[in-house]
Design a protein around this ligand. Structure first.
Ligand SMILES: Nc1ncnc2c1ncn2[C@@H]1O[C@H](COP(=O)(O)OP(=O)(O)OP(=O)(O)O)[C@@H](O)[C@H]1O
Ligand SMILES: C[C@H](N)[C@H](N)CCCCCC(=O)O
Ligand SMILES: [Mg+2]
Length: 216
């Protein structure tokens, strides 16, 4: 029995690759709610939840507070350590929201970013179980980073829904990723002249309704 997938986990090949802007476009395209389980860098104003709510025009019932917010602009493990605390994947998932409709979950950095001394974002994704969308740069260097990320996800039994390449179109990189990764590139997301609700709404048009897939 196939049913529509209602939750996707957005990871990336790096921090700063464009996961938040992509998440906003996906929320806009699919009428999805948003959750950033672990937010770091708050001392510098990093607040992906506020940014996605603004860019996607989310309603209050589509916005969920992070499980943990840390001040330091670091991986959650170190940011938590600096605050004399620690968080486990189980504690994060205990905060998992249950919205009425689709949900986009954004990770912190890439797949092997440490959550604590034993667990990484990959453990969080594996426990969460949702299919994963990989945000990757389109430029030189992305083939290796993207295939490494896809391989790590599959090694943990996760379904990779697809890759989104962010930046100037690079058809040679797109083709290599699809060929060597046996993974679809869902879209080429260009660099937006300005990142605004209007340009994000235009970017949302790149994403049709989420394919029916074996739900998790
Ligand atoms: N398609 C795009 N066009 C223009 N600017 C973009 C695009 N995607 C991301 N940016 C900009 O690049 C910077 C990093 O993007 P973003 O915050 O989405 O990365 P991230 O992967 O979510 O980072 P983090 O790991 O901190 O969550 C931001 O200033 C953002 O506005
Ligand atoms: C500070 C900002 N919030 C970033 N998302 C944190 C990303 C941590 C990346 C760790 C690493 O890969 O070295
Ligand atoms: Mg982000």
């Amino acid at each position: 029995m196939r049913r529509a997938v209602t939750t996707f986990f957005v990871t990336g090949t790096d921090t700063g690759v464009g996961k938040t802007v992509l998440s906003a476009a996906l929320c806009r395209a699919w009428g999805a709610a948003y959750w950033k389980p672990l937010q770091t860098g708050a001392q510098d104003g990093d607040d992906d939840t506020r940014e996605v709510a603004r860019l996607a025009g989310l309603r209050p019932d589509q916005v969920f507070a992070p499980a943990r917010v840390y001040a330091g602009p670091f991986a959650p493990e170190w940011a938590a350590t600096l605050e004399g605390t620690r968080v486990s994947v189980a504690e994060v998932l205990a905060c998992r929201p249950a919205p009425a409709g689709p949900l986009i979950v954004e990770g912190a950095g890439g797949v092997l970013v440490p959550v604590n001394e034993q667990e990484t974002m990959l453990d969080l994704m594996a426990a969460h179980g949702a299919p994963v969308i990989v945000a990757a740069r389109s430029a030189l260097g992305t083939i290796n980073h993207t295939l490494l990320t896809v391989g790590a996800l599959r090694d943990r039994g996760l379904q990779v829904h697809g890759v989104v390449l962010i930046g100037p179109p690079a058809p040679h990189n797109r083709a290599a990723i699809e060929r060597h990764g046996a993974v679809p590139v869902l879209a080429d997301l260009p660099l937006l002249g300005e990142v605004t609700p209007e340009t994000v709404a235009q970017a949302a048009a790149l994403f049709g309704p989420p394919e029916l897939a074996h739900g998790h």
